[in-house]
Write a protein that binds this ligand. Structure first.
Ligand SMILES: [Zn+2]
Length: 406
């Protein structure tokens, strides 16, 4: 690396370490920010010489990144931004901290994908899904798909691993020369009823979809989820045993196996490593307290709420909603989510915007009880499982509360 990059990298590591010691989080944002101030080309310099995979999409990218990093570990040390700092500052910090590694797997915020492709020249880009996210700040889904499509067209050498079940993702990747399609199912379809190519309605039946006005249709998937395993391009089926819950995570595992395969890792080598992932930045973590087994699920937007309902057992459930800056201030998305799967189980609500949630549950005829603290919810539930589903800062609050006790 050039001298300036070496200095910037070292200062970046130092700043991140200082931030950690001061108890101000993991320091990856501040470390990256300072490094990039000293050397604006630092990310490019740190990426150079590494074989890199980028993982982007509205949901599942932190978990898929973690799985892909575990799978690539078969080949050697892998740098990764495992704490979800998914903008260029986070990438810079992660690579500076890891030192020289032959491989890197980076989670990328969907808005930054074009820039990060430009600066890191990845070997593989994985595109998971696109759906509505924070209403007051995220781009429209079709605009995101257009940005991805343009970015990929500018980098024809990049191999793409993409979700065949999401019409927006398929449209973004359909002209890519080297694309490996995976199928993990699409629970949330409300952002892809209209063809991004021609504006005609999209029809769906039996897991297939096609545009009624042009040639855009679901491509044949080389990788797919079948029962509790993954079918690879050769037609071999691999049982995937995970510590993480839900069908959704088998889909994330399939994506990670497809990414690793682009680097020459065989599924049979990678699968056992996926089982080692127990929680991802606190998500899915299980904590035992007063005879209750508390499991934490993060849900940030309508599609991820549907996934959380799929992962949660039919057990007492605490829902917590905030609307602070990282969450987005607009809670009207609550009306996009069908909460009726929660009917019939004890439901507790809390958080800054518990009353918004209360109105929503009322409309969906889900009985609930409002609790002022996390502890009140714990005491109200009988011994056994308590599922906690929370959005971003609400999730962090509950994690902090659990950490204080444990
Ligand atoms: Zn069309």
């Amino acid at each position: 690396m050039p001298l300036r990059a070496k200095v910037a990298s070292s200062v970046s590591r130092g700043a991140a370490a200082l931030s950690r010691v001061a108890g101000r989080g993991d320091g990856s944002v501040i470390g990256g920010w300072i490094g990039l101030k000293i050397d604006p080309d630092l990310l490019r310099n740190l990426a150079s010489g590494r074989a890199i995979a980028l993982v982007s999409g509205t949901n599942g990218k932190t978990t898929t990144t973690r799985f892909a990093a575990a799978a690539l570990g078969v080949l050697g040390p892998v740098a990764t931004n495992s704490f979800g700092a998914n903008m260029p500052t986070g990438h810079t910090s992660a690579l500076a901290k890891a030192g020289a590694t032959p491989f890197a797997v980076l989670e990328v915020d969907e808005h930054y994908l074009a820039r990060v492709i430009e600066e890191t020249t990845p070997r593989v880009v994985a595109l998971l899904n696109l759906s509505r996210d924070q209403l007051d700040r995220a781009k429209e889904v079709a605009m995101m798909a257009q940005m991805w499509r343009t970015a990929l067209a500018a980098h024809p050498d990049v191999a793409v691993v993409a979700n065949a079940d999401d019409p927006m993702v398929v449209w973004a990747a359909v002209n890519v020369a080297h694309v490996s399609w995976f199928s993990a199912g699409q629970r949330w379809t409300d952002d892809s009823w209209v063809c991004p190519e021609c504006g005609s309605p999209i029809n769906r039946a039996d897991g297939d979809w096609w545009c009624t006005g042009c040639t855009l249709r679901r491509p044949k998937a080389q990788w797919s989820v079948e029962d509790d395993g993954v079918l690879d391009p050769k037609g071999d089926w691999h049982l995937v045993k995970l510590q993480l819950p839900g069908h959704v995570n088998v889909g994330n595992a399939a994506t990670a196996l497809a990414v690793a395969a682009e680097f020459g890792v065989r599924p049979i080598e990678a699968v056992p490593r996926l089982a080692s992932v127990a929680s991802v930045a606190g998500r899915y973590a299980q904590v035992d307290r007063d005879g209750r087994n508390i499991r934490l699920l993060l849900a940030k937007n309508p599609a991820s709420w549907l996934e959380a309902f799929d992962m949660a057992e039919t057990a007492p459930t605490l829902l917590s909603i905030n609307a602070r800056d990282p969450d987005g201030f607009d809670t009207s998305w609550l009306y996009d989510v069908d909460f009726s799967p929660l009917r019939g189980r004890p439901v507790y609500i809390t958080g800054d915007r518990a009353y918004d949630l209360a109105v929503r549950l009322e409309v969906n005829e889900v009985a609930f009880r409002h609790v002022l603290t996390f502890d009140e919810a714990v005491q109200a539930t009988p011994p056994g499982r308590l599922e906690v589903i929370a959005n971003y800062t609400a999730f962090q609050d509950i994690r902090a509360e659990l950490d204080r006790v444990n």
